[in-house]
Design a protein around this ligand. Structure first.
Ligand SMILES: [Ca+2]
Ligand SMILES: [Ca+2]
Ligand SMILES: [Ca+2]
Ligand SMILES: [Ca+2]
Length: 323
């Protein structure tokens, strides 16, 4: 496994260190207190804490199907998004966006066979669009669309509410900025059409251009963005949770920790945003949702929470606990 940036203990929510028992879930705290009080040695308590810390950090697979099924597929795993792309022309693990995972409103991880911070055949990863009020569209709602080219379109045609826009140096992603968007012509988004394939056009928008208000930012150098490559299927499950099942070869993970932005935004019935990302060519999309439109069945999410149990250490201390 190669780390471009080793996650910093202090700044990264996913691997946040636990300094005091205040940060330990109530059930575990009771067990610890009991053990400390009643054991002649404190070794048992230390062992219990070590066991809890060794569990995978709390994570929830929020992947849902992107409703683009024209290409390689039908796909496997949650949302049938693993081993799946949109275009019939370019398939394989190297193009595959596989899963979206969150550990809470302040963090998000994309898992893919695709080289997330670089590009493939000149195509790169699009920006991350977030809809907070359940009205966003992938294909533009109106406006003139230039076939097989780049289009500058109004956000009135898409209605996304936030974007996580990547910054790049020398073609490589080195950070991001988060903008709050208005759903009108003051916000310009870039949409692509590749080879006049309608299915790829429905992957839009691809990229933020201008408008809106910057509300957060981060970088690989600052530790808010972490890129890990060469993960095996087992390593993904061990790191991000047993419900994150991805296959087909090595996996790459791009993880965000937000300082001021929260995924718990808007009027979506669940209060949490819908997340959508496309490759530049539209060849694959990945969509995430914790409820509302395209609902992940509630039972699945609840079971995942229950199953993770003591592993949910990093959720403690977050301001918002969903469900
Ligand atoms: Ca795959
Ligand atoms: Ca895919
Ligand atoms: Ca919206
Ligand atoms: Ca897809």
């Amino acid at each position: 496994m190669n780390h471009l940036n080793i996650c910093k203990q202090a700044s990264c929510g996913r691997f946040k260190s636990i300094g005091t028992t205040d940060a330990i879930p109530p059930l575990l705290r009771i067990k610890l207190n009991y053990t400390m009080k009643h054991s002649k040695t404190k070794i048992a308590a230390a062992a219990l804490l070590a066991m809890a810390l060794a569990q995978p950090a709390f994570a929830l697979n929020i992947t849902v199907n992107d409703n683009q099924t024209n290409g390689w597929g039908p796909g496997v795993g949650q949302g049938n998004e693993d081993q799946e792309v949109t275009s019939p022309a370019a398939s394989g693990q190297q193009w595959d966006l596989e899963a979206l995972v969150t550990g809470g409103p302040a963090d998000l991880t994309i898992i893919a066979g695709f080289n997330l911070i670089g590009s493939l055949q000149g195509y790169d990863l699009g920006d991350i669009f977030i809809d907070a009020d359940n009205d966003a569209a992938f294909a533009p709602l109106s406006g003139t669309f230039v076939p097989d080219g780049l289009n500058q379109l109004s956000n009135a045609d898409f209605k996304f509410d936030y974007v996580i826009s990547f910054t790049r140096t020398g073609g490589l992603i080195d950070g991001f900025k988060v903008y709050q968007l208005t759903e009108d012509a003051s916000v310009v988004l870039q949409a692509v059409d590749d080879q006049n394939v309608l299915a790829l056009r429905n992957s839009n928008p691809y990229k933020y251009v201008s408008g809106g208000t910057e509300i957060d930012s981060g970088s690989i150098a600052g530790g808010e963005l972490t890129y890990t490559t060469g993960l095996s299927d087992a390593a993904v499950a061990a790191t991000y949770g047993a419900d994150v099942v991805v296959t087909g070869g090595d996996h790459n993970a791009l993880s965000f920790v937000f300082n001021s932005f929260s995924l718990a935004v808007g009027n979506d019935p669940d209060g949490l945003a819908d997340v959508k990302i496309a490759l530049e060519c539209g060849n694959d999309n990945i969509v995430g949702d914790l409820g509302g439109r395209n609902d992940v069945p509630d039972g699945g999410a609840t079971l995942a929470l229950l199953g993770l149990g003591l592993a949910s250490l990093t959720l403690v201390g977050r301001k918002t606990v969903r469900r």
